[in-house]
Every structure is written in C-alpha cells, then in structure tokens.
Design a protein around this ligand. Structure first.
Ligand SMILES: NC(=O)c1ccc[n+]([C@@H]2O[C@H](COP(=O)([O-])OP(=O)(O)OC[C@H]3O[C@@H](n4cnc5c(N)ncnc54)[C@H](O)[C@@H]3O)[C@@H](O)[C@H]2O)c1
Length: 261
C-alpha cells in the first residue's frame, strides 16, 4: 500500500540527486538550472566541458548545488566514473535525465544521403548512451531503495518526421527502451518514463535551424506559440518527483497539443 499523499512535498525535488546528461547547453542546461533552483543536487554530464563547468559554477554562485563531470555518454568507463563521482559527491543518486543527444549538430537531408558512420554515431549517443547511463546508476538507485529515470525522446516519432531519419529512428528506440526497462526495474522501485518534446527553441536549435525551417510551425498546435525549454521543465520535474511514484513505462507528449495520444 502506498503512504498517504503529502501534497506539500510530493512535487518537490529538494535534496534529490539528479544527473542531467547533456546538461551544459540547450534544453539540458535549463533542466539543470531549474532543478537546482528547486533544491536538487545536480550533476551535469555533458561532452562539452567548458559550457558544462560554466553552468555548474553559475548554479553554485547562485547558492545551488551542482557538479560538472564532463562525460562522453558513449564511453562506458567515463559514464561509470561519472555516476561514481555523482554518488561520491552527493551521497547517492535519485534521478537521471537522459537528455544528451545528437540532434542540433545533424544536417537535415534526404535519408539516402546519411552515411553509415553517421547512423552509427547517432545510435551510439542517442541509444547506447542512455543504456550505459541507466546501467551505471542502477546499483546506486537500488541502494537508495528506488529512483526515477526520464528519457528524452521527440514528438517526431508520432508523425515520423523526415529529413533526419537516423535521429527520428533513435528517438523511437528511446520509447522501446523506456517500456522494456520499466518492466525490468519495477521491482527495484525505479520508474522509467519518456518525454516527447515538440520543436523547441533551445539555444542550440535556434543556432542550427534556418528561420525558414522554424517558421510556420505553430499552426497545428492548440497553443499557437513557439515551444521553449521552460515548457518542458514541469513535466520533467513531475516525473522525477514523488508525485509520479506510480507512473512508469509512459511516454508524455509535451508539444502544445500538436499530437494527442
Ligand atoms: N530542441 C528541440 O526542438 C527538440 C525537440 C525534441 C526533442 N529534443 C531532445 O531534447 C534534448 C535536448 O535538446 P537540445 O535542443 O538541447 O539539443 P542539442 O542537440 O543541442 O543538445 C544535446 C546536448 O547533448 C550533448 N551531447 C552530445 N553528444 C554527447 C555525448 N556523446 N556525451 C554527452 N553529451 C553529449 C551536447 O553537448 C548538448 O549539450 C535532446 O535529447 C533532443 O534530442 C529536442
């Protein structure tokens, strides 16, 4: 039986130790900043060391708790070292946001122009990276008696958006991984859920997309305005919080109401 719902604390991330992969730039940076503002102890695991260190330093300067551990999520040893460093610094691990991805660096184009090497790189970061991070935190979450994993997919999977076939395929794989892993770790009291963001005006998305591409994207939404990283924070924090304790294996779509399922 679950205990009585404590509405005062259920939605809080205070004192939770949360790893944010790709936390140094783009949407991951915003997750890191908002989690820290909510009192979480944040571990930024991004391949871009300078940006990641800078975000962590600014969080600490503002009175929050953050540790930057520059990490390539495709490197098994580096991922384990990152999880070990997180647990050593903050005493355990409660949450993992698998946000690191090859996306904004991928040129859009016809599927038959994608090289086999690029395909492998995308699968390596976007899928193997998630697998390695989940595996590295598993024993720490078991020690805590549970944990929450949030995997970042994309609303592209609902429509099957073209022009980044490798990326869309990898993000559909994220949902399969989420569902199967949720069944494997339920007995450990670990939740595994996914989020499918719509096209989001992250700093990296804006820098890598033409105004032509970004224009006209609001028409199919219920809320006809551009989506920002801040629009995703609430859903991510909810899935990390005790309020979502009985939700697992789910995929939550956050796109202003373009797709409904
Ligand atoms: N921006 C959007 O429109 C949008 C839409 C749907 C889903 N998403 C997803 O949301 C997440 C964040 O999006 P974003 O716009 O900030 O994307 P982004 O591509 O700009 O950022 C991804 C982050 O991952 C990091 N990264 C890349 N390779 C890595 C590696 N090997 N190891 C560790 N870190 C690595 C990058 O340095 C970057 O900080 C991604 O998973 C993306 O696929 C974004």
């Amino acid at each position: 039986m679950s205990k009585e719902f404590d509405v005062k604390s259920a939605y809080s991330v205070r004192d939770k130790v949360v790893i944010v992969t790709g936390g140094g730039t783009g949407i991951g940076k915003v997750y890191s900043q908002r989690l820290a503002q909510g009192g979480a102890k944040v571990v930024l695991a991004d391949i871009v060391a300078e940006e990641s260190n800078d975000v962590a330093e600014k969080i600490r300067d503002a009175g929050g708790q953050a540790l930057s551990v520059p990490t390539d999520v495709t490197n098994e040893d580096a991922v384990q070292a990152m999880a070990d460093a997180a647990a050593s610094e903050f005493g355990g691990i409660d949450g993992l946001i698998n946000n690191a991805s090859l996306m904004s660096v991928l040129p859009r184009g016809d599927w038959f122009e994608i090289s086999a090497d690029r395909w492998d790189s995308v699968m390596s970061v976007n899928l193997k990276g998630i697998f390695l991070c989940c595996r590295a935190v598993y024993s720490y979450m078991q020690e805590r008696g549970g944990g929450s994993i949030v995997n970042i997919s994309s609303s592209r999977i609902w429509e099957g958006n073209p022009n980044r076939l490798d990326y869309t395929t990898s993000k559909a794989g994220v949902v399969g991984l989420t569902r199967a892993l949720a069944r494997e770790v339920g007995d450990d009291n670990i939740s595994v859920n996914a989020i499918t963001p719509g096209l989001t005006m992250s700093e990296t998305q804006l820098a890598s997309s033409s105004s032509n591409y970004l224009g006209g994207k609001d028409e199919g939404k219920c809320f006809k305005r551009p989506q920002t990283p801040e629009d995703l924070v609430g859903a991510v924090i909810f899935l990390l919080s005790d309020a979502a304790a009985f939700m697992t294996g789910q995929t939550v779509n956050v796109d202003g109401g373009t797709y409904m399922h």
